[in-house]
Design a binder for this molecule. Sequence first.
Ligand SMILES: [Zn+2]
Length: 328
Amino acid sequence: MSWINCNEQPKVTAILQKSLMSGRVPHAYLFTGKKGVGKKKVAIQLAKSLFCTEYQGDSCDHCLNCHRIESGNHPDVFVVSPDGNSIKIDQVRELQKEFSFRAVESNRKVYIIEQAEKMTVQAANSLLKFLEEPNYQVTAILSTEHVHQILPTILSRCQVMSFQELPLTQRVQVLLQEGFFEPLVRNACQMTADLEQARELCQSDSFAQARNVVLQLSQDILDKGSYALVILQDKVVKQDNGEDGITVMLDFLLYWYRDILLFQIDRNAELVNTDMIHILEQQAMRCSRTWLLRAVELVADTVHRLNRHANAQLALERMVISLQDTEV
Ligand SMILES: [Zn+2]
């Protein structure tokens, strides 16, 4: 992956590439931004660009250095992440010990400290001395989701690079490129703006299962069948998916009703359940606009109740009964 494929954060990568080309790379960077915005990916790309033997300021992805950095086996590139809940002073000491030797293969070393806000005060102070006395070509890349928790003394010694949250279309594109099922990707990216969280949802079996339950549920609600409540009880409450599982299911239901509304007004390009157009069409013919808006309101109200710790089973039953009692 060269910088061309690292294009989710154009501002950050433009600045980094400029520094690389001019040969003026700062001693320390602090990458800030939410989980999933590409901090680690850019840190690895920066390390590869510094070590690549083929390209100047970019990575070729086939030289030995590029390969070893990609697989986490380069002798002069170190990654430090929290050991449990914190980054401890011993971890920073170990890093310093490594850095007291000359670089194994070049005159350069890179270290990446993930979740840098988790450094204990002792670890941060120890690192500070290190940041103040760079003895040869050392590049530190600290990254954090919580920049306000970084000690000001550390902050002032780093060039801060702010990573922006990715827009919806880009998050969808990234996950589609990774090969996830499109309807799941579209639902997940609507539910959360956090790419990493969306990826975790797409990877989990229970996410796909929750969607199947909702598809069945939406049909049963319209048929005014008694299965709806049974489905809920069996698949949601008894399965003990926890409140998160129920919230995800309700989110699916919200985006399902949104899809039917979008279908009714011919905005098919915005649908999330792209594989279910024929069922959306059937339900769109049966539901009035008024009912759909009321349904969205009822589901949103149930999410609100659950957030306020209402009894899950009662809240869900109440929702289904209200949906079935409202004239379609
Ligand atoms: Zn290379």
